[in-house]
Design a protein around this ligand. Structure first.
Ligand code: C2O
Ligand code: CU
Length: 466
């Protein structure tokens, strides 16, 4: 069966097998199209380890996280999403520069996928890197109940490493019996840090130990798929080098103050030379929140003596085909991030804000996406843009722009020397950041905070590229 774009939404009972082995190649499709099937549905998994109860989740193909999708830069991919949930969903391919109709925002870029229906997402990734996918409908619940997975676009010539590892980090709020606690969208929480959990998993498991061998070089792809938690990772006894943020290569550099900070939705690719002693154990800790430091996982070294030395190898990833913004010709706009609970303002009256507690330039868009969201700005295709974000609130916001990657050109008025490309920029409380990009992807693109509670409660807007 050849599916045209016009027949993207298929009725209930469509001939798409749920689950199954992937990837599959459809014999009637364009020769090189790689096809994956994703079926979001309720499932039961073990998140907390042996001897603990299982947890009822929502999961792609029954697994938490969903399958690690591996595709090639410049090769077409088709993702068949069959909704086996009891409610509407969509899938957003976070960070991937793709056609607007494939972006997965309900109402804005596609009709939501109703229960029993399927949607065919088709695109050809222009950029190699570490991306991820998640629903953009009923996001708090759907992401919070487990729907998320990694999308890795492989470079044509990857850097040489001994192991390419993914740590897909999820944050859960569980009760004593490993059940997911209710209370998504709690208003008090929504006006503060958002729903931070009490159980972290790496690749869907209670992290415990990662085996290592002295002398190896690993590439570690970190993805923070939490609803609200920011992580700040330290690698005891090791010197990680950051080679990419949000899938986009950057000049290799050590993390600032020896800590890799990732807000919700953010990724970093690290190269780590395993320079520890055979037989020893080294801790990876997260101390982002003061006084709440904990050990995330241990690197446990085998007792064999070190394998070869890898240090003279190349660290830099090949560049992606991004267009450099022309700062001299750029249109510049300010965006104030506003709202939330501030110190001493706990009695703030939000009753007049129609369920919104957050805003961008005084405007609040709530929820996950709907038709007719008026754009905050409209750019001509090809226009260079600078957005100056000013966080007037007492909380941190990871601000994500769909459909584009941008350079972070300054922070708090000072030029940012690294000028890294990202799709999500973390703006600390009361601080500012300037981002620059070329509006070269036509369509209506969301720009929102990725603390899911903040997005749902108003910190969201739309940027139009005409
Ligand atoms: Cu990963 Cu609109 O988000
Ligand atoms: Cu926020």
């Amino acid at each position: 069966m050849r599916v045209s774009r016009r027949a993207l939404v298929m009725g209930a009972g469509a001939a798409v097998a749920a689950g199954g082995v992937f990837p599959v190649r459809s014999s009637f499709a364009e020769p090189a199209t790689k096809e994956y099937r994703l079926t979001p549905k309720p499932a039961t998994v073990n998140l907390t380890g042996k001897g603990h109860s299982d947890t009822d989740v929502w999961a792609y193909n029954g697994a938490v996280p969903g399958p690690e999708l591996r595709v090639r830069q410049g090769e077409p991919v088709r993702l068949v999403v069959s909704n086996n949930l009891g409610e509407e969903t969509t899938v957003h391919w976070h960070g991937v520069r793709l056609p607007n109709a494939m972006d997965g925002v309900p109402g804005l870029t596609q009709p939501p996928i109703r229960p029993g229906e399927s949607f065919y997402y088709e695109f050809t990734p222009r950029d190699a890197g570490t991306f991820w996918y998640h629903p953009h409908a009923d996001s708090l619940q759907q992401l919070g109940l487990g729907l998320a997975g990694a999308l890795i676009v492989e470079e044509r010539e990857p850097v040489a490493v001994d192991h390419d590892l993914l740590w897909f980090i999820q944050d859960w709020r569980l009760d004593g019996e490993s059940r997911i606690a209710p209370g998504f969208g709690n208003r008090m929480e929504a006006s503060m840090s958002g729903r931070i959990g009490n159980k972290i998993t790496i690749n869907g498991r209670n992290p415990d130990r990662v085996s290592a061998r002295a002398g190896e070089r690993i590439r570690l792809r970190l993805a923070n798929a939490a609803l609200a938690r920011i992580v700040g990772l330290r690698f005891e006894g090791h010197k990680p080098v950051i080679v990419a943020y949000d899938g986009q290569p950057c000049a290799p550099h050590p993390p600032e103050a020896d800590r890799v900070v990732l807000g919700p939705a953010m990724r970093a690719d690290l190269i780590i030379d395993m320079d520890g002693e055979p037989g020893q154990t080294y801790r990876v800790t997260d101390d982002f929140y003061q006084d709440l430091a904990y050990k995330l996982v241990d690197f446990v070294y085998a007792s064999e003596k070190p394998i070869r030395d890898t240090r003279d190898r190349q660290l830099k990833l090949p560049a992606n085909p991004l267009t450099e913004p022309d700062l001299a010709a750029a249109e510049r706009h300010e965006i104030a991030l506003q709202g939330g609970m501030a110190g001493g303002m706990s009695g703030m009256d939000m009753s007049g804000m129609g369920g919104a507690t957050w805003a961008m330039n005084g405007m609040s868009m709530t929820g996950d996406g709907q038709p007719d969201m008026p754009p905050l700005f409209t750019f001509k295709r090809g226009q260079s843009c600078v957005l100056a974000l000013r966080n007037e609130t007492a909380w941190w916001h990871p601000m994500h722009l769909h459909g584009h990657s941008f350079r972070v050109i300054s922070r708090n008025g000072k030029p940012n020397e690294l000028r890294e490309w990202r799709d999500t920029v973390l703006v600390p409380a009361r601080e500012s950041a300037e981002i620059a990009f070329v509006a070269d992807n036509p369509g209506d693109w969301m720009f929102h905070c990725h603390v899911t509670d903040h997005q749902e409660a108003g910190m969201m807007t739309v940027i139009r590229v005409a």
